[in-house]
Design a protein around this ligand. Structure first.
Ligand SMILES: [Zn+2]
Length: 131
């Protein structure tokens, strides 16, 4: 199966890892809507979040990462977004919002930020330190 998130989970494709345990993996979205935009996936392939094993633990993990984003980046708030049709592997987005972050009151989908590789590494490191 040609699934990019399975390849990331299998370490075939590198990522800016934020958190990993036996079941779940969190990493920075390579097309960030804001700095700290994070994706949380189950390492095992499921099509929809509703199919994910240990669904409760999945959301506990997402909460843990949200707290880490809050602590490290001090955003105004952190959005939780689930679409499910961009990549066919269940994933949840956490998108921090900041003052004057270039988005309107509602976040503008598709308005991606250009963040350097060095900065992405630093952001991932900062968030992971706080989880
Ligand atoms: Zn997959």
């Amino acid at each position: 199966m040609d699934c990019i998130f399975c390849k990331i989970a299998d370490k075939e494709i590198p990522c800016n890892k934020i958190y990993e345990d036996k079941e779940f993996l969190a990493f920075l979205d390579i097309r960030p809507l804001n700095k700290g935009h994070t994706l949380i996936i189950s390492k095992k392939h499921f099509r929809w979040i509703w199919d994910v094993n240990n669904f409760g633990k999945y959301f506990e993990t997402i909460k843990k990462i949200e707290k880490g984003i809050e602590k490290s980046l001090k955003p105004l708030r952190v959005l939780v977004l689930v679409f499910g049709d961009e990549v066919q592997h269940a994933h949840v987005h956490l998108v921090p919002r900041f003052e004057n972050d270039g988005h309107s009151a509602t976040i503008t989908l598709g308005k991606f930020k250009d963040i350097s590789k060095e900065k992405m590494n630093k952001i991932a490191e900062e968030i992971s330190k706080n989880i």
